[in-house]
Design a protein around this ligand. Sequence first.
Ligand SMILES: CC(C)=CCC/C(C)=C/COP(=O)(O)OP(=O)(O)O
Length: 546
Amino acid sequence: MSFKQEVIRPVRNLLPSVWGDLFLNNDKKADLGEIEQIAEDLKEQVRKDIIVALGNQKEHTNLLKLIDTIQRLGISYYFEEEIANALQRVYEAYGDDWNGDNISIWFRLLRQHGFHVSCDIFNKYKDKHGAFKESLTNDVEEMLELYEATSLRIQGEVVLDEALDFTRTHLNDIAKDPLHNNSIMSTHIQEALETPLHKRIPRLEALSYIRFYEKQASHDETLLKLAKLGFNLLQSIHKSELSQVSKWWKDIDAPKNLPYVRDRIVESYFWACGVYSEPKYSLARVFFAKVTQTTTLIDDTYDAYGTYEELELFTEAVERWSLTCLDMLPEYMKLVYKTLLDLYQEMEPIMEKEEITPLFNRSKEFMIEFIKGYMIEAKWVKEGHIPTTDEHASIAFVTGGGGVMISSCYLGMGEIITNEAIKWAVTEPPLFKACSAIGRLLNDIASYKKEREREHFPSIVECYKKQYDVTEEYAIDMVHKQIEDVWKDINRESLICKEVPRRLITVVINYVRTLYYLYKYNDNFSEVGEDMKDHIKALFVHAMSV
Ligand SMILES: CC(C)=CCC/C(C)=C/COP(=O)(O)OP(=O)(O)O
């Protein structure tokens, strides 16, 4: 007599996609030839403005303001060369001794573009007792700019730590002051306090800044029009890509074949657009969206469905990376495995043509290490092991996904992936590790309560509590402090990597900005909140009225 043993699987309350088939059939590109021509003429005008301002030293403060506005409006990719050249010239002309106005904008822009200018200039804002001058509080815009500049600080820049405390306190008071209540400025301040510019996803910043800028009496019509047209032009490309990835995902038919999996292809594509929205990175964007959904598929297999024995088989198959391993896997896992291998297989010839095979191969290795990390987590869960914070960090650097996610972001970006960049990326540089760390910390803070409801790898919050015998609130504070420290590390690293094209560094920063958006308060990826739904609709459904 044989007894069929029932398999006990983890239980999870799975939320379906909120989008249904909304984005599936949007692949017809509209004919935008006429709009493109208008945009071309506007671009020419802006280009001239940049060149004229650069040529006249008296205009350099305005030049920086113009560049800042262009960036915030989301159209800097039209003027990449002009902006890089202008900032290079400003750096060469002034070094650390900027003598124009708007110190904070100067500092923020130069640091954002990789110039390690000194923060000592901010001592100008202090009085003889070393405190920030109270007179600063009379100029709200200047205080706001100083606040924004502090996000670029690195470890040890005490003047900027102090400036952050000072400006945050005063801006908070202003935002709460009934005199300013509900004014455009007070909303603007509140948004800045919530998420400083440096931590915002550029595409969402464009969305909100276009609305703000339009209401400013001093706005420039050419810039505003170009921003709106540019927004719509990008949207039409993104809609078609979103339809493409939705079809790919639809063919896998997860609701029928893998019902335990989070269906987050739209959110995955949103993530990809957070990293790069320019037309020329279409291939990379589509690939990265698929990687993110596939990683989610694998995460859910380890966290929410597979038995320990099945996961061991899957991990072994991934290490061997060959379709011949399909036979050793249970039926449902075959599809997970095939999705993973097909995804890379499809990219292989393109990567060969682009001569970036070493990076492509390393990216596969990162994926294998990542999945082996999930297996270690599964083992600790099985043993009921709560790791020390150091042990936790050692695995979080792997399953935090920095290596696999950032290397995947780079695949398909074309000629910007130079040999130097490949040499740098394959070593898993500190910037990748910082992505893993911040990803894990943000994700743990957002989801530790939910994860506690079921069997799950312990979050950093649990590890802190156990190791240091502290309260939950204290542990959470420690994690927030750590997150701020990682931002400082990212800022430092992004100034050091001189051999890597700047756009590849901003890929990393944008990736982290998107993580920050997704996990700052809740796990917006698993449980898409109202704000995120509105943002996705604004980016991919509604065109902007011009
Ligand atoms: C590594 C990365 C960024 C992968 C992209 C897919 C994803 C959002 C996984 C996190 O799932 P989760 O919220 O369930 O996380 P975990 O199970 O790791 O706690």
